[in-house]
Design a protein around this ligand. Structure first.
Ligand code: GLN
Length: 256
């Protein structure tokens, strides 16, 4: 009988251990909650691009470093979901991603669909042209072949100016069109333009501050997700106050 009691106790201990293990297994669900899934379009250097060794997996750039720091600041990890720029806000509304960080400009139209964080970077649209181009201001584009990237604020600007244009899926595609002489000008964000000009021979940047207003980059969250927005805003404020965003911009940007 004694032996049977021992066996019974042993079985109970094993059962208890199994229960504990299950409880631990349940813990991993909690871990899953402790990540922020950021949507991006890793075609926008120096803010997001694919590298052999990035700051989050293969994803590197100013935004990726900011996403990583925001997650860490809140005791969480950052995960990247890479998709087309046009799909980002839809993915946010569908709950596929928690936030969008993509060099995304705050616009009145986007504000109708999502909420934006405190802005972390100021940019403007510029024109990339061949070095010998006569284009010196935005109105010079009127009779020229203009290339833009689909869904970017550059496309909206050119649309508002009433000029016809061709839109491309990627910045590199638009720039190739210019390099190959099939387009005369690419309208795109300033820091990204600098990167393309430094990567390709024979191109230059033309600015026109009267034609192109300054733009603010911010992180988007689903409308009403104040819990995450408050966390993101508190972290962005720290990163701005400590000069971290400026340091990252220096680190990743190309000298003009
Ligand atoms: N700033 C531009 C926009 O918001 C381009 C952003 C991007 O390509 N990632 O449309």
């Amino acid at each position: 009988m004694k032996k049977t009691a021992k066996i019974l106790v042993t079985l109970l201990v094993i059962a208890a251990m199994a229960f504990t293990l299950t409880a631990c297994g349940g813990g991993s669900d909690k871990q899953q909650e402790e990540k922020i899934v950021f949507g991006t379009n890793a075609e926008f250097p120096p803010f997001e691009f694919v590298a052999s060794e990035g700051v989050i997996g293969e994803f590197d750039g100013i935004d990726m470093a900011i996403a990583d720091l925001i997650a860490k600041d809140n005791g969480m990890t950052a995960e990247i979901s890479n998709m087309e720029f046009d799909s980002l806000l839809i993915a946010l509304e569908n709950g596929q991603v928690d936030a969008v960080i993509a060099g995304m400009t705050v616009t009145a139209e986007r504000l109708e669909a999502v909420d934006f964080s405190t802005p972390y970077y100021l940019a403007t649209q510029v024109m990339i042209v061949k070095e010998d181009s006569a284009i010196a201001k935005a109105t010079d584009m009127a009779d020229k072949k203009i290339a833009v990237i689909q869904g970017y604020t550059g496309e909206i600007c050119v649309q508002d100016m009433g000029y016809s244009y061709t839109s491309f899926k990627k910045g590199t595609d638009a720039v190739m069109e210019l390099v190959n002489g099939k387009a005369d000008v690419v309208v795109i964000d300033s820091a990204t333009a600098s990167k393309y000009v430094s990567d390709n021979e024979g191109l230059k940047i033309v600015e026109d501050s009267e034609a192109f207003a300054s733009e603010e980059y911010a992180i988007a969250v689903k409308k009403g997700n104040t819990e995450l927005l408050d966390k993101i805003n508190a972290s962005i404020q720290k990163l701005l106050d400590e000069g971290t965003v400026a340091e990252l911009a220096d680190k990743y940007s190309v000298a003009e």
